[in-house]
Design a protein around this ligand. Structure first.
Ligand SMILES: NC(=O)C1=CN([C@@H]2O[C@H](COP(=O)(O)OP(=O)(O)OC[C@H]3O[C@@H](n4cnc5c(N)ncnc54)[C@H](OP(=O)(O)O)[C@@H]3O)[C@@H](O)[C@H]2O)C=CC1
Ligand SMILES: O=C(O)CCCC(=O)O
Length: 487
């Protein structure tokens, strides 16, 4: 199957090293499949350790010239990249839906969202101020300046193939770092199209490099072991994040880790119920539930439990499952058949332990990657649907009695990325927000992400923040300069 794009040159399938589009040394390629149809969309060059090393070396060579540019010069190039992404939004969205599955409207939204990080950091990169520190002696002046960390390696997942890359590449480049990226092998085409546009924007050879390949542990091994790389930024599963952190320890690299979540949505009996239903629905089923900040556990106060379940189930039954390119589809396939099987195994296990299906609960007749939007009741804290990240369109709805019970249930997990609560009581909104052990809290709102806010988690959800004024610091070192002999 070929994609019909307005600009066919966006469908790139080579690796990008030192400004050149190249094959892997052994000529190997891997298939990129459309999860909605099972069709092959493209075959992409599969690289290994040797190409990864070349990409790192190219990034190191490009570093001094990139750092020597003024922040304004880097900003101008990033802005051009941003403008090109928006100019090609439709093509980028179609590429994304074809390889990832999300509905076209969501894919368009993600392209705009990704581009917003590039625009934001083009601006923030011009404001990397240091400090003049009040001195301890009259013959000295004390300064703190910020400098780029150096070569950055990024490993990104398939659930947001554009935005996860944009929010690592943009701060890195704005700070004056050079960049080697490894996209997920399910969704390399979105990343490759972004690199085509970066090249067109005039980002110099070596500043951005892309290595894709199924031998991710080999590529990741080189990215984490090579001493030229000074920082690794990863978004993906907690298990791989922990592995990469261990690998980074040998060369003491800086690391940003955006790992799994287990987001609770707390719905109190004073909440606006319709708002809460709409919010929980949007949060849970966006991207077919494959979002690290997706509602994973819906916790509802006992007195409104039954009415909430009834309204929520009716809303879920109104979702339209199908190929993301079809008009009116609101929920697409999961990334691959294995993901659908994993989700079904979690549901089956819960049913065996006493859960009940209010709607859904099966692999859909449309194909092996489609899972019917599901609601589970009679669930409890011992089930995997409480403990683990579901990463699929399954909403388990738990009961709680009072505020203390709700907070204890919400915090009963080793991860802490996003959390949400619905209440009209202002005192409760503050109390609960402050007690939730999470990096992000949405109060009466689930659309919490944007380029202007610090995105990130605590506990085993990771390290560092992406976006906002804080996001740039993760790509910079602070250097202290003591100027003496001034008397
Ligand atoms: N925080 C988040 O946003 C995400 C969370 N997840 C969670 O993880 C679960 C599994 O998803 P999965 O795709 O397997 O996530 P992974 O963590 O395995 O994949 C994320 C990225 O890491 C790469 N990778 C995998 N293994 C290694 C390695 N040993 N060294 C270096 N890079 C590696 C992958 O490459 P390749 O694709 O080539 O293997 C991909 O680019 C999901 O069900 C979900 O719970 C998944 C994705 C995103
Ligand atoms: O799943 C993720 O890792 C990112 C969530 C998308 C967002 O809201 O930024």
């Amino acid at each position: 199957m070929t994609l019909t794009l307005n600009d066919p040159s966006l469908l790139q399938t080579h690796a990008y090293i030192d400004g050149q589009w190249v094959e892997g040394t052994d000529g190997a390629r891997f298939d990129v499949l459309n999860p909605a149809t099972g069709e092959r969309i493209a075959q992409v060059a599969s690289v290994g350790v040797a190409e990864t090393r070349r990409a790192i070396e190219a990034a190191e060579r490009a570093l001094s010239a990139w750092q020597a540019k003024t922040a304004k010069e880097r900003s101008t190039l990033l802005r051009r990249w941003h403008d090109l992404m928006l100019a090609h939004q439709e093509d980028l969205a179609l590429i994304m839906t074809s390889e990832q599955g999300k509905p076209l409207a969501e894919a368009r939204g993600e392209v705009a969202y990704g581009a917003s990080y590039i625009e934001w950091f083009a601006e923030e990169g011009r404001r990397t101020y240091g400090d003049v520190i009040p001195s301890v002696a009259n013959d000295r002046r004390l300064l703190a300046i910020k400098q780029p960390v150096g070569v950055v390696a990024a490993i990104t997942p398939w659930n947001f193939p554009n935005a996860m890359l944009a929010r690592k590449a943009a701060p890195a480049l704005a700070a004056g770092c050079t960049f080697v990226m490894k996209p997920a092998s399910e969704t390399p085409l979105s990343a490759l199209a972004m690199v085509v546009l970066a090249e067109r924007a005039g980002i110099p050879p070596g500043v951005i490099n892309l290595v894709a390949g199924e031998r991710s542990s080999e590529i990741g091994g080189e990215l984490t072991a090579n001493p030229r790389v000074r920082k690794v930024s990863f978004t993906g599963s907690t298990a791989i994040g922990k592995l990469l952190l261990k690998q980074c320890a040998d060369t003491v690299k800086k690391a940003s880790m955006e790992l799994g979540g287990n987001a609770p949505v707390l719905i109190f009996d004073d909440a606006d119920l319709d708002e809460a239903v709409a919010g929980a629905l949007a949060s849970k089923y966006r991207n077919a539930g494959q979002t690290c900040i997706c509602a994973n556990r819906i916790l509802v106060q006992s007195s409104i439990y039954d009415v909430f379940v009834e309204k929520f189930t009716a809303a879920v039954e109104g979702l339209k499952l199908g190929n993301g390119t079809e008009e009116g589809v609101t929920i697409g396939p999961l990334i691959h058949a294995k993901a659908a099987k994993n989700v079904h195994a979690m549901v089956t296990e819960a049913l065996e332990q006493g859960a009940k299906v209010a709607t859904g609960g099966q692999i859909d007749e449309r194909g092996e990657c489609f899972y019917t939007p599901t609601v589970l009741t009679h669930v409890n804290r011992d089930m995997r649907v409480f403990r683990d990240e579901i990463f699929g369109p399954v909403a388990p709805i738990f009961r709680f009695e009072d505020e203390a019970d709700a907070v204890a249930m919400a915090n009963d997990t080793e991860v802490g990325l996003a959390s949400y609560l619905y209440t009209r009581d202002l005192g409760r909104a503050w109390r609960v927000s402050e007690r939730l052990e999470y990096g992000m809290v949405g109060v009466n709102e689930v659309g919490i992400s944007s380029e202007v806010v610090p995105f990130g988690g605590i506990k085993e959800s990771g390290l560092g923040r992406e976006g906002s004024k804080y996001g740039l610091d993760d790509y910079m070192e602070i250097k202290y300069i003591c100027m003496g002999g001034l008397s």
